[in-house]
Design a protein around this ligand. Structure first.
Ligand SMILES: *Cc1c(COP(=O)(O)O)cnc(C)c1O
Length: 464
């Protein structure tokens, strides 16, 4: 399997190469050169497999010669061992039509663990083989940081610098990052928004002052291996709801467009999907882009769903590339113009192709609170606020009532106890597996929102 850049002028890489790479050298994102496909009989044969075996089956076509089936199987078995539920991503019924796919049973209580636990193992495997070192730089609006740190802390050959916007992640989220004490973990709180932090990270990938003697890698969802691992749970849920014979719809709380793009990949691979509902909060650039073609970044409004407080969604570029007929030079031009003007129009081809499978929805704070109460009072489920944004989209869907709708439950409610308590009157407790989070000491460095200062901190603290 070969991987190509959305902007067409970076070298094609194999799976090992894209796993260790961040952004492509031309500023684009890597995608498989073609989508592997399963026929109906192959999908039917996946029903009932344990999660780690299903994961091996779904991901094998993507790894090419980089791993044998046994090697991939062993890594999957190890990655999903640390989940607190045997099903790894259990599917829970709320009423005759509405379902919840619980993705928060991993060590840091958000869906990011599903992919990052595997990614940490992939890094270690590939680095041991080549004798290289990898310096991860990442930006987090909350959940990526803790999941990535948990996945790489103490692993050989890899080191992580994680930027978070100071004061804009929840206490639980921050403590899950800053209480990890390991020589290969560096937490940095910057003055600014998540988008500012992400822009700095993007710049570091193409800054010779860093890339000259450090091999910079990514754990954000620009890393292909993360999206690949997320494709698996769409299959897991779809199979339980009758795939390959019956299609379901998925409502996905969306920020960087990684999780919902994995659903798009699942459909390309042959999983029947009726619709992917992109659920946004009031930071609704994706809702505007999908409903009217207007992709214009505004300023970020902080909300109770910080992991979705995003204006620029990196992975949307992957969709625009695929839906625009994979014309890399046109896409490169479109993205250059967006980077310069912070605004662009989708082409008709991009809009029509996206509309075949995507729809979108926007929820404000009241919509979110109402969905939290609906689940709590009507279905006996305590959700997190991000999941509630997804549920709002599912409850207001105009799809035929015969189509089951799966809301992706992206975080455990105890990560965001204030918002949950405000809406439902009940304060969710942290599960015992996170331990004495509030008693442990925090370790992090505060830096101004200035690119050079942050880059120089990475340069002088990275191991070589
Ligand atoms: C990361 C995250 C999201 C957004 O996912 P994307 O892949 O960035 O679209 C939604 N909810 C929670 C809880 C998250 O941690």
């Amino acid at each position: 399997m070969k991987y190509v850049s959305t902007r067409g002028s970076a070298p094609a890489l194999d799976f090992e190469g894209v796993t260790l790479a961040g952004l492509a050298q031309d500023g684009g994102l890597y995608l498989p050169a073609e989508w592997p496909q399963f026929d109906a009989a192959e999908i039917a044969a996946m029903a009932g497999l344990p999660y780690a075996e299903l994961a091996t089956r779904v991901m094998l076509p993507f790894v090419g010669n980089s791993l044998s089936e046994d090697e991939l199987g062993d890594l999957c078995a190890q990655a999903y061992l640390r989940f607190a539920h045997d099903a790894v991503t259990p599917l829970v019924q709320m009423n005759e039509r509405q379902w919840l796919l619980e993705l928060f049973h991993g060590p840091t209580l958000a869906f990011k663990d599903v992919a990052l636990q595997l990614l940490g193992l992939l890094f270690e495997k590939f680095l041991a083989r080549s004798g290289k070192r990898l310096t991860i730089v990442g930006a987090t609006s909350g959940d990526t940081g803790s999941a990535a740190i948990d996945a790489v802390a103490g692993r050989e050959g890899v080191e992580i610098f994680m930027l978070h916007p100071k004061g804009r992640v929840s206490d639980v989220q921050r403590r899950q990052m800053t209480t990890v004490r390991s020589p290969n973990v560096h937490n940095i709180a910057i003055d600014g928004s998540f988008d500012d932090a992400q822009a700095m990270v993007k710049r570091m990938f193409v800054d010779d002052a860093l890339t000259g003697d450090l091999h910079i890698g990514a754990v954000n969802s620009i890393n292909w291996a993360r999206l690949m691992a997320q494709v698996v749970y769409y299959f897991a849920a779809g199979l339980q709801l009758g795939a390959p014979h019956r299609a379901a719809a998925y409502a996905v709380p969306t920020g960087n467009f990684g999780d919902v793009f994995a659903g798009y990949v699942a459909q390309k691979m042959g999983l029947p999907i009726e619709q992917l509902i992109v659920a946004t909060n009031v930071n609704d650039i994706l809702h505007r882009a999908l409903s009217s073609g207007d992709y214009s970044a505004g300023t970020v409004t902080p909300t109770a769903t910080p992991s979705m407080d995003i204006q620029v969604s990196s992975n949307f570029e992957r969709l625009l590339f695929d839906c625009g007929g994979r014309d890399a030079s046109a896409l490169a031009e479109q993205m250059r113009s967006f980077d310069a003007n912070r605004t662009m129009q989708l082409t008709n081809a991009q809009r029509q192709s996206a509309a075949d499978i995507f729809t979108s929805s926007r929820a404000d704070a009241d919509d979110m609170a109402r969905a939290l109460r609906w689940a709590h009072d009507g279905a006996g489920q305590t959700l997190d606020p991000h999941t509630a944004i997804g549920l709002h989209a599912a409850l207001t869907s105009e799809l035929s009532p015969s189509v089951p709708i799966v809301t992706l439950a992206t975080a455990h409610p105890a990560k965001f106890p204030e918002a949950v308590e405000r809406a439902t009157g009940m304060r969710p407790a942290l599960p015992a597996r996170v331990g004495d989070l509030f008693a442990r000491e925090e370790y992090f460095t505060e830096l101004p929102g200035e690119y050079e200062t942050v880059r120089d901190f990475v340069r002088s603290n990275a191991a070589r």
